[in-house]
Ligand binder design. Structure first.
Ligand SMILES: [Zn+2]
Ligand SMILES: [Zn+2]
Length: 411
């Protein structure tokens, strides 16, 4: 290993470090998914069904990110009495049994019934619950999937912690479309006086967004390193990079710009559409673990904005620390599973860029420490479990975690 260089870390990184000091609120890890669909757009389940699944399965927060819509108005959805359509009569019966007849509003005659979709404020009253001490709790965060395209290439960006629908823009290039959409999200946050962020979804879906375009958009600070929907091509192909290769290429270019661009953080999401056995995009494939002061929409969002979170498809970290010395993490034990921890980064030595996404260190075991050498543009960690994902995106996928890139301050 190279000798430890004298480093100073940016306030951004220091904010992401270690346990709280005594006069600060203690931090807790919160499990969340920022990308899900319901009957409000193209999901196949009622929103209370979706929210309840996450509330009952160990998550603390969820964004119902329907396409270009907010769940804030009256909307009646046809019941598929003939079996053709997304809201089956059997689901209506199940909703009544599960949540009570007073929570399921129907109108129309037999054969042409419609059900009113629950609004976000109704859903929050139904599923949000306060933590007990430092445990549990559940919170719906507002958001949407701002869904647009340029020349047939999809550009989908999730707005998180924004209130009210944002316009799906039309622009003359992918870069302009991404920039302006992300700017409109930031402006909505500034107007509301709240932290917000946008994350670029599934760049490889429809081969929508290239790594060069991700690198060129200064406003882009988040992207999906893992999306659970099987059409999103996380793994790339012979002509397109995987999401991890896209990440490394974009980071290397962004951090060597004349004025370096912000780091790019990776999120994992379900992008769930299917709740009744269709394995195209079910629940529970990918999520984020966020270290925040409390289960609060603004605190969770602010923690993600400062990079204090990691993405996971099954691996849980017990601790994660970025200090002046480097990068440390410890994986939570999981029965007889074993772990491989890889520190991945790109170095710049005497002005020359090293290999993109170089494997800087590999540790077999549940904990590892990487000491910055000082010539890294960034370092990130990837953890792979020996355990197979129980409901994989691709057959043979193992459970993983991805931490955020960290940059030595001496760069
Ligand atoms: Zn999408
Ligand atoms: Zn989606």
């Amino acid at each position: 290993m190279r000798p430890l260089a004298a480093l100073t870390l940016s306030p951004l990184l220091l904010a992401a470090c270690g346990p709280a000091t005594p006069d600060e609120a203690p931090l807790r890890w919160l499990k969340g998914n920022t990308h899900t669909h319901t009957l409000w757009s193209d999901g196949d389940a009622a929103p209370e069904q979706v929210a309840s699944w996450y509330a009952d399965n160990g998550y603390q927060f969820l964004v119902l990110s329907d396409h270009n819509i907010y769940q804030d108005h009256e909307r009646w959805f046809p019941v598929a009495e003939d079996g053709v359509g997304r809201l089956k009569p059997s689901e209506v019966d199940e909703l009544i049994t599960r949540f009570g007849a007073d929570k399921v509003e129907l109108r129309g005659d037999a054969g042409s019934r419609e059900m009113r979709l629950r609004t976000l404020s109704e859903l929050k009253a139904q599923v949000d619950r306060a933590p007990e001490g430092d445990e549990g709790g559940f919170l719906l965060l507002p958001g949407e999937e701002v869904t647009s395209s340029f020349e047939g290439r999809p550009v989908h960006i999730n707005a998180v912690n924004t209130d009210g629908v944002l316009p799906a823009l039309q622009r003359s290039s992918i870069v302009e479309l991404m920039s302006d959409t992300l700017r409109s999200i930031e402006e909505a946050g500034a107007a509301a006086g709240r932290p917000v962020f946008g994350h670029l979804n599934h760049p490889n879906f429809g081969w929508g967004v290239t790594w060069e375009e991700v690198a060129a958009v200064k406003e882009d600070r988040f992207f999906e390193v893992y999306n659970g929907h099987r059409s999103t091509r996380n793994q790339g192909d012979s002509e397109h990079p995987s999401m991890e290769a896209l990440w490394d290429n974009a980071l290397a270019r962004r951090l060597t710009a004349d004025t370096p661009f912000p780091l790019l953080y990776g999120v994992a999401t379900d992008d769930a559409h299917h709740y009744f056995g269709n394995l195209t995009s079910p629940t529970g494939r990918g999520w984020v673990m966020v270290r925040a002061e409390a289960l609060d929409r603004d605190l969770v969002t602010a923690a993600m904005n400062r990079g204090d979170f990691y993405a996971s498809s099954g691996v849980t970290l017990e601790d994660l620390e970025v200090t002046a010395d480097g990068y440390r993490l410890r994986v939570k034990e999981d029965g007889d599973a074993s772990f491989r921890i890889r520190f991945i980064g790109t170095r710049q030595v005497d002005g020359a860029l090293g290999p993109i996404g170089e494997e800087l260190m590999v540790v077999d075991g549940p904990e590892a420490e990487y000491r910055f050498g000082g010539d890294e543009l960034y370092v990130r960690a990837q953890v792979t479990s020996s355990r197979l994902h129980p409901q994989p995106y691709l057959k043979g996928d193992r459970e993983m975690a991805w931490t955020q890139p960290a940059t030595p301050g001496s760069r």
